[in-house]
Design a protein around this ligand. Structure first.
Ligand code: FES
Length: 113
């Protein structure tokens, strides 16, 4: 039986083999999750929020250590969490995209005056 993961807020779902990392599944779904360490749990850029955590592998001691208090708030590292069933995660907006969007909104607001 395949695993299935949905990425919010894009509402993109993909079926993957059980044990596939969330980061790899995101690539398959064409969802951008930032990463810099190649999945070695060292850059901590791949944080996602687990909305449906039962479909993900249990958090490892190493991942918990890396995340600290965030681990208790449903945050997972996409490169460490593996899809084992039906899962949903929320991917934070890319900071560059958020900055551009905020700047465009500000400019649009100024153009109204
Ligand atoms: S990809 Fe670097 S910590 Fe996950």
């Amino acid at each position: 039986m395949n695993g299935r993961i949905t990425f919010e807020p894009d509402h993109k779902s993909v079926s993957v083999s059980p044990g596939t990392t969330v980061l790899t599944a995101a690539g398959k779904a064409r969802v951008l999750i930032r990463s810099r360490c190649g999945g070695n749990a060292s850059c901590l850029m791949c944080k996602v929020t687990a909305e449906q955590p039962a479909g993900l592998s249990p958090i490892s001691a190493n991942e918990r250590h890396k995340l600290g208090p965030l681990a208790d708030q449903g945050i997972r590292l996409a490169c460490q969490a593996r899809v084992i069933g039906e899962a949903t995660v929320v991917v934070p907006e890319d900071p560059l995209r958020a900055a551009v969007r905020a700047q465009l909104a500000k400019q649009q607001e100024e153009d109204l005056w």
